[in-house]
Ligand binder design. Structure first.
Ligand code: ADE
Length: 245
């Protein structure tokens, strides 16, 4: 059974590759797929690219060309839910494309011809990911180090599970995140790829789990927080999570 590990950021992918003893690179469609093992598990690791189409193409290739039979997505996201703070970890139970709107022909957010707007992640994989996330959060002092925790104001990170929403927009104003909260009050976090990968997995009948670390609050400060977080924190979280998954 081959597991695809799809990372949104270069910093996260390099953390995964450092844990793969035998990785071999194959280039397809402008993407580098790394084939090998991680803790005895056959793995193909790849960068998702940014946005829904890039991520869907990457997921499709991982399945069709590299035989992935389960997919794990890791990346950062903007926090939307009340109490979802920078440094928290969110495991998706469901994913939705917040910019899908074929109304009035189909209800807003519904995937046309699927009869669904929310796609569920795999329960067993998500449970395992949640356990790994809780273990990392409990050990955050060691995983992140005191400088990074102080710089980002991360005390003990919380772990959440629930709805993650995706769209082809970096949400970088408080007005836009407030609008998303009004529209989808149970959304915990917003990013740009997860729900597209969920659609590909749905089409292929394959299991998916998605974990996002909160890099910003999807507000007027988001672009600054995002860049600093990716540079200083994302890698440490990914190493710890992959080791514990
Ligand atoms: N990924 C991380 N932060 C994000 C944001 N604010 N909007 C969309 N995707 C993100």
């Amino acid at each position: 059974m081959t597991l695809a590990i799809i990372a949104a950021m270069h910093e996260e992918l390099s953390a995964v590759l450092d844990l793969m003893p035998d990785e071999r690179r194959e280039r397809v469609a402008g993407r580098e797929f790394w084939v090998g093992h991680l803790g005895g598990q056959a793995v193909v690791a790849v960068l998702s690219g940014i946005g829904k189409v890039a991520a869907a193409t990457t997921a499709t290739l991982a399945i069709q060309r590299f035989g992935a039979q389960a997919l794990l997505f890791t990346g950062v996201a903007g926090g939307l839910g009340k109490g979802v703070r920078v440094g928290d970890l969110v495991v998706a139970t469901e994913l939705l494309q917040h910019d899908m709107d074929a109304s009035p022909i189909f209800p807003r957010h519904e995937l046309p011809l699927y009869g669904l707007s929310r796609l569920r992640t795999d329960a067993a994989m998500s449970r395992r990911l949640l356990q790994a996330a809780r273990s990392v959060a409990a050990d955050a002092a060691r995983v992140l180090g005191s400088d990074a925790r102080a710089a980002f104001g991360i005390a003990t990170p919380a772990v959440h599970d629930g709805l993650i929403i995706s769209g082809d927009r970096f949400v970088s104003t408080s007005a836009e995140s407030a609008a998303l909260r009004r529209e989808l009050p149970d959304a915990l976090a917003v990013e740009m790829e997860g729900a597209a990968v969920a659609q590909v997995c749905h089409d292929h009948g394959l299991p998916l789990a998605v974990l996002r670390t909160i890099s910003d609050r999807a507000d007027d400060q988001a672009h600054v927080d995002f860049s600093a977080f990716v540079q200083h924190v994302a890698r440490s979280y990914t190493v710890a999570l992959v080791e514990r998954y």
